[in-house]
Design a protein around this ligand. Structure first.
Ligand code: SAM
Ligand code: SF4
Length: 485
């Protein structure tokens, strides 16, 4: 009865919001469909023109992005991929930011057709971490070297706003010798402005809400009408409310496989443009999860609009061209070989060593805990193993959160990024946090290749910016002598 009472109150709140919210819906389905039809099978010259605009790093409008999405020529796609790689290199350099998901509570009052945690799915055992269990999970993550988390909650009275605030405070307070979590991002249900303010108070990083699908009819099919998640508009403006509450960094996403991927990419771009129009700053990151199988969940095992690996690459490349200053997040949903292939196309952040069952890190030894997971992961390698591969591929893994502490969030980050400073300031910071990882957490094999990666970077940096490189070298030496961030 308590759960039902809470759900009813929340539903009434959403209904009041729906009646009062006057903002115009920025997803115009007919317009998106018309743009896609108008730009079908574009000539090479049209694609070339869009690519040359993309290289100016001012982003693309939906029409321009549609020209790329509609390209059918494999040779021309190679040019699109090459442009995406160039843009990634120009804005982010070879830095990849690493984080881990932390599932805190899985009970959920919603019934999303694709999710293992849905209310009526009795096959998945749902639970909530106790304070002690939460601290234990955080300690395992920090012992492995993690500094950034995304915490995940189902929508349920056990994980209401007060619970969220308490658990986030607990994470920041859980120290482990030198290890500590420095940035907690959140993936949870849409909230009211007042609730977002509470989260800002406890110092969260980014707030993520994925629209799942921008296509109204598909949204209705996947999210039953009488559930909290059944309101498309409550969700569509979730991040507008977060920004109104003063949360600088918000993150959008689509669950690919529910509807046509070309339509969804344009939906993401429209969403990003609307946030930019209203708040002067677009989303901090975009996520593009694909549906993964989940226990007793037929929609997840047989997606209505499956996205092939080849099309998944196109999604990433077009997003990189269209929103050059927005971070792109790849997750461990994808298999190791594919992750390696798509990172160069524009990914700036990814998770590693992840577990997505509530209490999953304490049970690391067991590869899969199907009866507690939201869905199945494609990459269960350790953080160390993944970092080794990144180094082999020439990347600098970063645990850096310095930018956030220096106030480089929201529109500050955008203006910083637009001046091309991410490369010059974030890369040296990335190197320092990576050095810390190598000294404190890495296996000997990873340390060996990691040190070579750092040495090669410092040498290149010395040629471009000798004075800053000298400072960096001195800081690296001080770290070897025991100093830390
Ligand atoms: N309950 C909150 C919500 O739905 O917004 C936040 C957490 S939910 C656990 C996080 C995300 O997982 C969802 O937004 C959805 O995109 C993704 N997800 C759900 N089921 C999935 C599946 N079978 N495969 C891949 N991703 C899935
Ligand atoms: Fe609940 Fe989120 Fe899963 Fe939907 S996706 S059932 S809201 S946990």
């Amino acid at each position: 009865p308590e759960e039902e009472d809470w759900r009813e109150k929340r539903l009434a709140l959403i209904r009041r919001y729906e009646a009062a919210e006057k903002r115009e819906d920025f997803i115009k389905e007919e317009k998106i469909t018309e743009i896609l039809a108008r730009t079908a099978d574009p000539p090479r010259a049209a694609v070339a023109e869009v690519l040359s605009k993309a290289r100016e790093l001012h982003g693309l409008n939906p029409e321009e992005a549609a020209v790329l999405l509609n390209c059918r020529d494999a040779e021309v796609w190679e040019e699109i991929f090459a442009t995406a790689r160039q843009i990634k290199e120009a804005v982010y350099g070879n830095r990849i930011v690493l984080f881990a998901p932390l599932y805190i509570s899985s009970p959920c009052v919603n019934n999303c057709a694709y999710c293992g945690f849905r209310h009526t799915n009795a096959a998945v055992n749902k639970r909530t971490l106790t304070a002690e269990e939460l601290a234990a999970e955080v300690r395992i993550l920090t012992q492995n070297g993690h500094k950034r988390l995304i915490v995940v909650y189902g929508e349920h009275p056990v994980s209401d706003i007060d619970f969220m605030c308490r658990t986030i405070e607990k994470i920041y307070a859980t120290k482990n010798g030198r290890g500590e979590i420095r940035r907690v991002n959140v993936n949870a249900a849409p909230l009211t402005v007042a609730e977002y303010r509470q989260l800002k108070e406890v110092g969260i990083g980014t707030y993520q809400v994925f629209q799942e699908t921008y296509h109204h009819e598909t949204y209705r099919k996947m999210h039953p009408a009488n559930t909290l998640k059944g309101s498309y508009r409550w969700r569509l403006f979730a991040l507008h409310r977060a920004m109104e509450a003063g949360i600088d960094d918000v993150a959008i996403g689509v669950l690919f496989g529910l509807y046509d991927w070309r339509f969804e990419v344009l939906g993401l771009i429209c969403h990003a443009l609307d946030l930019e129009r209203e708040f002067g700053v677009g989303p901090h990151t975009i996520s593009f999860p694909r549906l993964e199988p989940a226990l007793n969940t037929p929609v997840a095992s047989a997606p209505p609009y499956p996205v092939s690996d080849a099309d998944f690459k196109k999604v990433i490349a077009v997003l990189r061209c269209a929103v050059p200053y927005t971070g792109l997040i790849l997750t461990c949903r994808e298999r190791p070989t594919l992750r390696r292939e798509v990172i160069p196309l524009g990914v700036s952040q990814t998770d590693a060593g992840s577990r997505i069952a509530v209490g999953g890190y304490a049970q690391m030894a067991r590869e899969h805990i199907p009866d507690r997971q939201q869905f199945q992961l494609g990459d269960t390698r350790s953080l160390d193993e993944f970092i080794r591969e990144l180094c082999e591929d020439g990347y600098i893994p970063s645990f850096c959160t310095a930018g956030y502490r220096a106030g480089r969030t929201g529109c500050h980050f955008m203006s910083f990024a637009k001046k091309g400073l991410v490369k010059n300031f974030c890369l040296p910071n990335a190197v320092l946090t990576f050095k810390e990882y190598l000294l404190d957490y890495a296996t000997p094999a990873t340390r060996e290749i990691g040190e070579k990666t750092i040495a090669a970077y410092v040498e290149r940096f010395a040629q471009q910016m000798p004075q800053r490189a000298a400072v960096l070298k001195e800081m690296l030496t001080r770290m070897e002598a025991g100093e830390r961030d």
